[in-house]
Write a protein that binds this ligand. Structure first.
Ligand SMILES: C[S@@+](CC[C@H](N)C(=O)[O-])C[C@H]1O[C@@H](n2cnc3c(N)ncnc32)[C@H](O)[C@@H]1O
Length: 631
């Protein structure tokens, strides 16, 4: 009689797992008896019942018979451990399966076994993930009344529950080297202590089984396992595992709010990468070290289905998209008009004309990139004959250090006192107070339109605009919205300008008076960095920037006393006099992905007379100057 093709198929499936037909035969026989020859139950879910029955049977046989079985089957090698098969198309391509091994303490699989599954060439790249909790990964065992024998008792109850999405966080400690010996490929993962939380995720770095970083497959255990390769941000202390429902809902919203969800460049890998990024981002957003506290918080959030997400607050006006993320009910969406560069409100006088740029004020003889010329061009004169930027586009260490030390020690020698201070005049036109002093600042001068170099010249950083990946997010300390970077930023990186309306100080003062009842406003910046060189400024030349109603992303940068990670540096671009200049933010140290970007506003929290009422500072710095708050 010709063998039953279903038996042959079951044998070949088990053989691929390294289990011989002889071993499978008695188990299959008993299983058929228990299931009353219902093959569907046996074949279901990649022979899950058969695989389980086999391993349970083996286990129960006791140590002696187990040893015998292993010796005969694997030539004395380490016994096969029960695999959770993740198989995306068993019939078509068994060599592309991924395996999870039950016992994480000893998950080095036998070479034979790996070769059987992956084939000779691919066995090194096999990715193995230990399943932490047997209960959470395995179906219930049924005590089958009416059947005798151990196997029957341990037979797996066929599952009629809908498969759940179950993502496991795994510890890769003790895993076999899946990197194929490449030292630069380090597995990275996090371990969830709370197995009650079924929403966990396995994130492994570069344990690529077949070229891609993302691996998906459905297991034989009614689960779907997704392996996502995420960034090293995971190891940061402020990362806590977000609720998966919340991440899912966030993704839904994000893609529903995006007009081009499925464009011609759609790819599943991109989508999953995005999922990874969102997962990390939401994890970081929690900002607390308590996993349990956060997961509760997340549950509530998920219940309320509550997240704001704007994919690009710049409405396409910057070269990069800047997203905003926050929770509904916590804070209103900011109401302002995004402008990528400064704009005159009304009375400010800005004389920008090429005629005002003298031949000595530009490098008309240059071409290409001024930084690659043998000698610095005339535009470097402002910065002592050296360009402020490195060829990599960062601020030079010495220049940055000089700016930082001047900002940190606002000593009198760097201050200038006006005879008739426009700032004081704006507060009280008829009886102005004496000038309180203005810091003389170090300027950067960038090449511009009259210069011979091109737009890619290394001395044109600020004018080329934002290039970092930034995000507006809701701070947890009550500071309202804040700005963070989504990527690591080296020291000296240009982040963004503070762009807003250009007002005269008089106009600003009027505006402040009119809005004095409003608690929160953005912080205006007085453009007084070079008032020293002016004998007397006309009212319409004493300028400031206000980004409250119209501004760029700089308006979201919160204050931090003393140890902020950004420094504001005046930059001369199109105007040779310094009534008007650009205020550019640079990192003053390396800033890690997901860190909030902060800037020291230079507020005197004791100055009760200042027209702008200082907020209660929640910067969290050890050097916080808000003594009232501390008191
Ligand atoms: C330039 S805006 C920054 C963006 C602002 N957080 C928002 O939600 O639009 C300045 C305002 O943010 C708030 N803020 C900034 N830094 C803060 C801090 N360290 N503590 C408390 N509030 C802060 C204050 O209300 C301040 O007037």
């Amino acid at each position: 009689m010709a063998p039953n093709p279903r038996v042959i198929k079951a044998f070949s499936f088990m053989k691929a797992l390294g289990i011989s037909s002889q071993e499978v035969k008695p188990v299959l026989k008993k299983l058929l008896k228990v299931y009353e020859k219902n093959w569907e139950l046996i074949e279901d879910d990649n022979y899950r019942a058969l695989v389980d029955a086999y391993f349970d049977f083996e286990k129960e046989k006791g140590s002696e018979s187990e040893k015998k079985a292993n010796d005969s089957c694997h030539g004395g090698e380490k016994p096969i451990q029960k695999p959770l098969l993740i198989d995306y198309d068993h019939d078509k391509d068994i060599s592309r399966q991924m395996l999870c091994v039950e016992d994480k303490e000893s998950i080095e699989p036998s070479q034979t076994f790996m070769k059987d599954i992956m084939g000779e060439s691919s066995s090194q790249a096999l990715s193995l993930v230990a399943v932490k909790d047997r209960k959470s990964s395995y179906p219930e065992k049924a005590s089958s009344a009416g059947h005798s024998g151990h196997l029957e008792k341990e037979i797996v109850k066929p599952r009629n529950k809908k498969p759940k999405l179950h993502l496991n966080i795994t510890d890769r400690k003790g895993l076999s080297d899946a990197s194929g010996g490449n030292p630069s490929v380090k597995p990275l993962s996090i371990q969830d202590q709370d197995m009650q939380n079924k929403h966990a995720i396995s994130i492994c770095k570069n344990t690529t089984a077949y070229n891609g970083n993302i691996k998906i497959g459905s297991s034989s255990m009614d689960e779907v396992k997704i392996f996502l390769d995420c960034e090293s941000a995971l190891t940061q202390p402020n990362f806590s595992i977000p609720n998966l429902n919340f991440v899912m809902k966030f993704m839904d919203r994000k893609y529903l709010s995006s007009s081009n969800t499925v464009g011609p460049d759609f790819s599943m890998v991109k989508l999953l990468n995005d999922f990874c990024m969102s997962y990390l981002m939401l994890g970081h957003r929690k900002g607390s070290n308590s996993k349990h506290g956060n997961s509760e918080q997340c549950d509530n959030q998920a219940e309320r289905n509550s997240s704001h997400f704007i994919s690009d607050i710049t409405k396409g006006s910057e070269k990069v998209k800047i997203s905003l993320i926050g929770e509904i009910d916590k804070e209103e969406l900011p109401k302002f008009n995004y402008i990528p560069s400064n704009i005159i409100y009304q009375s400010a006088i800005l004389s920008i004309s090429l005629a005002r740029i003298s031949d000595e004020g530009c490098c008309s003889d240059c071409s290409g990139n001024c930084l690659s010329a043998s000698l610095p061009c005339i535009c470097a004169q402002e910065t002592g004959g050296e360009f402020a930027y490195t060829p990599q586009g960062l601020l030079k260490e010495e220049f940055l250090t000089a700016c930082i030390s001047r900002a940190n020690e606002p000593q009198d020698q760097h201050k200038v006192y006006c005879q008739e201070c426009p700032l004081e005049k704006s507060k009280n036109e008829y009886m102005p107070e004496p000038c309180k002093g203005h810091m003389v600042r170090k300027f950067i001068k960038e090449c511009w339109r009259k210069c011979g170099c091109d737009m890619q010249c290394g001395n044109r950083i600020v004018q080329r605009g934002i290039t970092c990946k930034l995000q507006v997010f809701l701070t947890r300390e009550g500071k309202g919205w804040g700005l963070r970077t989504l990527e690591d930023l080296p020291k000296g990186t240009f982040v963004c300008e503070y762009a807003g309306e250009i007002l005269t100080n008089m106009e600003l003062f009027d505006r402040i008076m009119q809005n004095s009842d409003k608690e929160r406003h953005t912080y205006p910046i007085t453009l007084d960095a070079d008032w020293a060189s002016e004998k007397g400024l006309k009212d319409e030349e004493a300028l400031c920037l206000d980004a409250t109603n119209n501004g760029n992303v700089g308006r979201f940068i919160n204050h931090r006393c003393c140890d902020a990670n950004l420094i504001d540096i005046p930059v001369e671009i199109e105007s040779p006099d310094h009534h008007y200049y650009h205020v550019a933010f640079f990192t003053n140290r390396k800033v890690n992905a997901y860190e909030e970007l902060t800037w020291d506003y230079g507020i005197d929290f004791d100055d009760d007379d200042h027209p702008i009422k200082a907020f209660r500072c929640s910067c969290g710095s050890a050097f916080c100057g808000d003594k009232k708050k501390k008191g």
